[in-house]
Design a protein around this ligand. Sequence first.
Ligand SMILES: Cc1cc2nc3c(=O)[nH]c(=O)nc-3n(C[C@H](O)[C@H](O)[C@H](O)COP(=O)(O)OP(=O)(O)OC[C@H]3O[C@@H](n4cnc5c(N)ncnc54)[C@H](O)[C@@H]3O)c2cc1C
Length: 465
Amino acid sequence: MMAQRNRVVFVGAGGAGLTAAFHVARRAPDAEITLFSKDPVVAYSQCGMPFVLDGKIDGFDRLIIYGPEVFKGLGLDVRTSTPVADIDLDGRAVVTAGGERVGYDRLVIATGSKPFIPPVPGADLPGVMALITLEDGRSLGERIGRTKDVVIVGGGPIGLETAPAFLDAGAKVTIIERMPWLMPSALDPEMAAVVQARLEQMGARVITGKGLDAINGSGAVESVSCAGETIPADLVLLSAGVRPNVDLAKKSGIDTGVTGGIVVDEYFRVRRNGEYLDDVLAAGDCAEVKSAVTGRPIICAVGSVANRQAAYVGDYLVGKKKPYPSVLCPAVCVIGGLHVGSVGLTARGCEQAGITAVSFKAKGLTRARYYPGGKPIEIKLFADGERLVGGQVIGEEGVHGRVNVLSLAIGKRMTPADLAAAETCYAPPVSPLIDPLTYAAEMLALKCARAQAVKGPREDAKTPF
Ligand SMILES: Cc1cc2nc3c(=O)[nH]c(=O)nc-3n(C[C@H](O)[C@H](O)[C@H](O)COP(=O)(O)OP(=O)(O)OC[C@H]3O[C@@H](n4cnc5c(N)ncnc54)[C@H](O)[C@@H]3O)c2cc1C
């Protein structure tokens, strides 16, 4: 009897696809694994690109984590510069843009995201760029020092992380955000004001509450129009968020959801005509997952989460099926030395989810008051009256650790009082005696208790974990 083949095909070899492929290769030596990437280079860190541009990392090649010898060692067939043009779900095969048909027993779609392109005239002019792939990074890198006027469209983290590179190189940088504050998906207005102040201090001009009307130029970008003003630009960087890259999935009849991402169940199985398919999964930026706070569908386009999802996908593919819980989407970015972190819901997110939130904003220091070099840190926490549902942390140090603690606390359904009661460590050079997060949680617990005393117990305030 012929042994059954175990052909696993991945469309996408980024944070989700490649990590899941490694997981399978290490656990199922019989698997015949093929990965397709439309890009010429795989296994690099997208997250590091802004810091190559600002000179902190010495060149884009430093971002490449694994080379072909690693793939070979694991028996992976990685096909770079090979876009997949079609998926034949009934025939269990993918078809490359070059017309090659490759059969699969199991398929993983991990096609990532694409930049949101504002629907304005001129958006396709040369000089309008995004920062998603390594090639994008290299192209932007070539322009640093040669570009006089940069307009960053959208106040999302990618553009804001990149702005200092252009400012340091002497360019004029204008950031245009349609919403009244920067990073509106992650921050509340008063927290975003800290980020805006830092960028302005570095020399950027920040325009909020006004949209881009057009990108102008004959042959290449020369300026942008914004609320009646013409702003010179020889480079426009798109930073108005990303959208799940689902063109291929949609074309093959796979269902997408309210967020625009691929609908998946708790095992990352995709859905076609309302039915989940056992042999086709999707994960990473392109998949729609469930918010751990609201239970609603969300897209969580961060690398740490894509990596975590990859482990579940990998386990499924080696027969160790376990349900993926839901996401809190903790994120941190670094903008001109300012660490900006968030997890769970913002004030706007609470409002959209119908949660009447109680919040508290604390200001503290990252070291003991008397210890030199302490940095201010601002923390804003949200509770639904009972449990923690979100938090934002901004400072020049000590941010990511506190976001991770918050992520754990929210994920474990803690109340602000639970978090305030958690024991914390202390040494003057690294923390004050009472951690600013503990203080913020304690104050929020008091506010929640007061709100409850005034209004009585709030059944409606419970989060649907
Ligand atoms: C500039 C930048 C900075 C970032 N910084 C951070 C950070 O600091 N922290 C953080 O957590 N996250 C960060 N992220 C987000 C993080 O990189 C992504 O969330 C993560 O890479 C998502 O993994 P993925 O596998 O879903 O998609 P990707 O890693 O983008 O991989 C998508 C893959 O799909 C392939 N593909 C797409 N369509 C096709 C097709 N038709 N045929 C063949 N192949 C196809 C692509 O070639 C690619 O290999 C950053 C992203 C960017 C762009």
